[in-house]
Design a binder for this molecule. Sequence first.
Ligand code: PLP
Length: 393
Amino acid sequence: MNFEIKLSQRVCNIEQSASIVANEAIASLHKQGKNVINLSIGEPDFYPADKVKEEAMLAIAKNVNAYTNAQGILELRQAISKKLREENGIVADPGKNILVTPGVKQALFYLNSCLINPGDEIIVLEPYWFTYLESVKLCDGIPVPVVGKEEKGFKPTTRQIEEKITSKTKYIVLSNPCNPTGAVWDIQELKEIVSLAKAYNLLIIADEIYEKIIFDNHKFVSIASLPEAEEITITLNGFSKCSAIQGWRVGFVVANEVIIKAMLKIQQQVATCVNSIAQRAAVVAFEQTEEIKKMVQVYQQRRDLMVNGLNSIMHFQCKKPLGGLFIFVNISSLNLGSVAAASILLEKLGIGVVPGVAYGKNFDHYLRFSFTTSEENIREAVKRLTLFFGTKK
Ligand code: PLP
């Protein structure tokens, strides 16, 4: 081929998703007949609740085939508004403050597209979910990481955040519960972030996709529910983790009317609307409280099994995450970079994890383990690791 394709600088500047790359490498090993335990991606290994599946099948049977309202079907926006009021203490008008999107990832892209001007700075708390960074870069913004130390629960202090604020800072991104660390922000910490944001005229982007995957009866607080926070907070959430319909691609944004209108314009131009069948099914997803409760109980048991197992192995140190689907494991005594360590686990032990460096350059001595797999697989992974690295003295 003689034709030289010149890609945009923008796309050349962004990285692939580390967890998708790891997951696909593992899938290809599976196809080759290799026995690999996949602890890489954070996708629920549960099925959707029966009622959610029934609604989707009913929608197909009723020929729900047309494009929907671009903002999302009204019934779904009403169900989201009710859930926000009852569960999160957030008041959101279904007509003005809610946009249904094809997942949080796409919502982030819309949001960054309508808020960032070239050179604007966005504060991301490191370790971070890598999409926050790449999505900002894709919109010509500059991500500014603020490092959270392990001894502080991986949460940067407000003083550290303040030190990184400049005249170009536009907003602070908060993953609560956090991917990859499982950190959950308490009410006092959230209040401090709100005060800081108000003092510097910043917006807050709160990604609450793991809000229901909370352990040990810990209390989750939505930052937008705090006094004076609602007008400056954009809440992102969806059905991928708590309702286990991640492949159906439904998420939502809750924000000020001006932001919703701007994002809606982008959605009209790039997606038209979210899949009509998935929207119908999502209307009943919040009602499946028993299923969600059971799923979280299972995740908690797996978390305990994995944390206890990993902590018994030479060079592996981790704390119990309070929420989310991951364990962020310190392997500093191995004296190996995280990419090399993850390759050893994959090639020698048949265990797929994500290198810590994907979550920030200061975390190259960590590995992210997902517990979205069976107890049997977790036991087997711990057994393989123990045989290879030995147990702690
Ligand atoms: N937000 C966080 C913090 C995540 O870890 C993920 C994981 O894939 C997502 C959002 C993705 O959400 P969605 O499937 O709604 O795009």
